[in-house]
Design a protein around this ligand. Structure first.
Ligand SMILES: [Zn+2]
Ligand SMILES: [Zn+2]
Length: 142
């Protein structure tokens, strides 16, 4: 089972629980991440879908089709609009959690990669130990 972490949206209605270690932790400056966060980068924490449980509240969904024609289903609190989680066509069986929505200690996980650094702000320095990719590794946009 492993370590348990919980988190939720700004208004507190939607709550979730994760178990175990994330399968992948990415920083990302793609257009979707910068738009959904309103920030320079998104912090995406991916778990096996079965390792994420929703405890309360109601999520609404929005499906975005990327330039590559692949879908992203993002889910947000119907009351406050916080984007908490998503699934991706190209990562079947996984669920992304918006890293900043965990309860303190919020950033308990370690990012290992930074994707879409071609959109990274010039003023943002990447720490040592994080592998950078100009686009999405393994896709035509890399
Ligand atoms: Zn909410
Ligand atoms: Zn992104």
């Amino acid at each position: 089972m492993g370590e348990i972490h919980e988190g939720g949206c700004v208004c507190g209605r939607v709550r979730y629980r994760t178990s175990g270690e994330p399968k992948r932790v990415s920083l990302c400056s793609c257009e979707w991440c910068t738009k959904r966060t309103g920030s320079a980068l998104g912090v995406s924490v991916y778990f096996a879908e079965d390792d994420v449980e929703f405890l309360s509240g109601n999520l609404k969904s929005h499906r975005l089709n990327s330039d590559a024609g692949r879908w992203i289903d993002s889910q947000f609190c119907e009351d406050c609009g916080t984007v908490l989680t998503w699934t991706l066509e190209f990562l079947p069986g996984h669920r992304g959690i918006a890293g900043g929505t965990f309860d303190p200690p919020t950033f308990w996980f370690e990012p290992e990669r930074y994707v879409f650094t071609r959109s990274k702000p010039a003023w943002l320095n990447v720490p040592d130990g994080i592998t950078c990719f100009a686009g999405m590794p393994g896709s035509a946009s890399e």
